[in-house]
Design a binder for this molecule. Structure first.
Ligand SMILES: NC(=O)c1ccc[n+]([C@@H]2O[C@H](COP(=O)([O-])OP(=O)(O)OC[C@H]3O[C@@H](n4cnc5c(N)ncnc54)[C@H](OP(=O)(O)O)[C@@H]3O)[C@@H](O)[C@H]2O)c1
Length: 335
């Protein structure tokens, strides 16, 4: 079977397409999945560049995928051959609050192997069933980006209708966050790098948008839009260049969910000491979060925004496109 891996953690250029034996016979509780689609996340670039804790022997790329069940162990009763499934991101976090427990850190594509392999054998608990409304490609968009957006919106302190949410950029987490925040009846303010992208975000449902290139003090603009009050929830995806501004844009008593590091690790977050906001870091989410997300998307007919599809062999090209930041929504690999 085909796999895409790095042995040297030298970034995109170190990826090699390799043929490997398919995984062997199933053990108790296991399921064999024929992979059909994968999606890219910003963290894949970090994983391949050795910026995350990866296995010494090298890493199979990408964390998010979906496929078709090819075989189940005799003791697995709730999943059948032919079922359409997606793989969970935090393989050991089934539900409830996140715990500082090593089993919660078993994430696919650092430290576990990723999904760029034509067949995978996993524990049945690492799978969720895809609703018929979602294709393999759409299901593959959700394990990291979708569950992260969902958990940030409703994992710690659920949104109420009319609350104001701030989201950043037009990548995977941001576009899914927008679509999901609208399900909660929220008012969504977004910042993005161009007027054209802002216009596309409004077409997708954003209530107000700010071009952060032409309005670098966008936190003040967010305050103005909310009558000086600030937002109820700021989902920070930028990191270094955005986190202090996100805090400044959040209402007293509101919530900051630090999620991303697109512009690097913050050096100082001194504003944390002066802001009266709750800070709830996000570590993607649990399998329960994923199942709740799928039920909501199926009922409300929400489909992830897919910018482009690439073939398996085009993974390096797809990652370079992700790196360029020009995508709007998700990038998918079709197997
Ligand atoms: N903690 C967690 O559990 C968790 C889970 C998932 C993802 N993440 C992190 O969340 C971040 C986003 O992930 P993703 O997969 O959605 O990334 P992505 O699809 O690559 O999107 C990144 C987007 O960020 C925007 N951006 C770039 N510079 C910005 C700036 N200065 N201010 C605001 N926005 C900026 C760009 O959109 P525009 O050009 O439209 O501005 C870009 O397309 C990454 O850092 C990722 O590692 C964390």
């Amino acid at each position: 079977m085909k796999t895409f891996r790095t042995d040297t953690y030298g970034g995109i250029d170190s990826l090699i397409l390799q043929h490997a034996e398919p995984p062997g016979a199933l053990a108790a509780g296991q399921v064999r999945v024929g992979m059909r689609a994968a999606s890219l996340n910003y963290r894949d670039l970090m994983a391949l560049a050795g910026q995350l804790r990866g296995p010494k022997e090298g890493l199979i790329a990408l964390s998010d995928g979906a496929g078709e069940v090819l075989e189940v162990a005799p003791d697995v009763t709730h999943i059948a051959v032919g079922d359409r499934v997606a793989l969970t991101f935090n393989t050991g976090w089934l539900g409830g609050p996140w715990r500082p427990d090593p089993t919660c850190l078993t994430t696919r594509c650092c430290p576990l192997q990723g999904v760029m392999q034509e067949q995978m054998v996993v524990q049945h608990s690492e799978l969720v069933l895809l609703p018929e409304q979602l294709s393999f490609a759409e299901g593959a968009c959700l394990p990291c980006a979708g569950v992260t957006a969902w958990h940030a919106l409703c994992g710690e302190r659920p949104l109420l209708p009319g609350m104001v949410v701030l989201l950043q950029g037009a990548g995977g987490v941001a576009t899914l966050g927008l679509q999901l925040a609208k399900l909660f009846g929220a008012r969504v303010i977004m910042i993005s790098s161009s007027d054209e992208r802002c216009q596309r975000l409004r077409a997708l449902g954003a209530d107000e948008t700010i071009n952060y290139k032409t309005v670098p003090e966008w936190q003040a603009a967010v305050r103005d839009l909310t009558g000086g009050r600030g937002v109820d929830l700021a989902i920070d995806l930028g990191g270094a260049e955005t986190i202090d501004r996100s805090i400044a844009a959040t209402a007293m008593g509101g919530r900051l969910a630090p999620v991303g590091l697109v512009t690097g690790w913050p050096n100082t977050v001194s504003s944390i000491f002066t802001a009266s906001v709750d800070i709830t870091p996000v570590r993607v989410g649990s399998r329960d979060d994923f199942q709740n997300l799928l039920r909501a998307m199926a009922f409300h007919g929400v489909q992830p925004v897919i910018d482009r599809h690439f073939s398996f062999e085009q993974l390096p090209e797809a990652l370079r496109y992700l790196e360029s930041g020009k995508h709007f929504g998700k990038i998918v690999i079709d197997f």
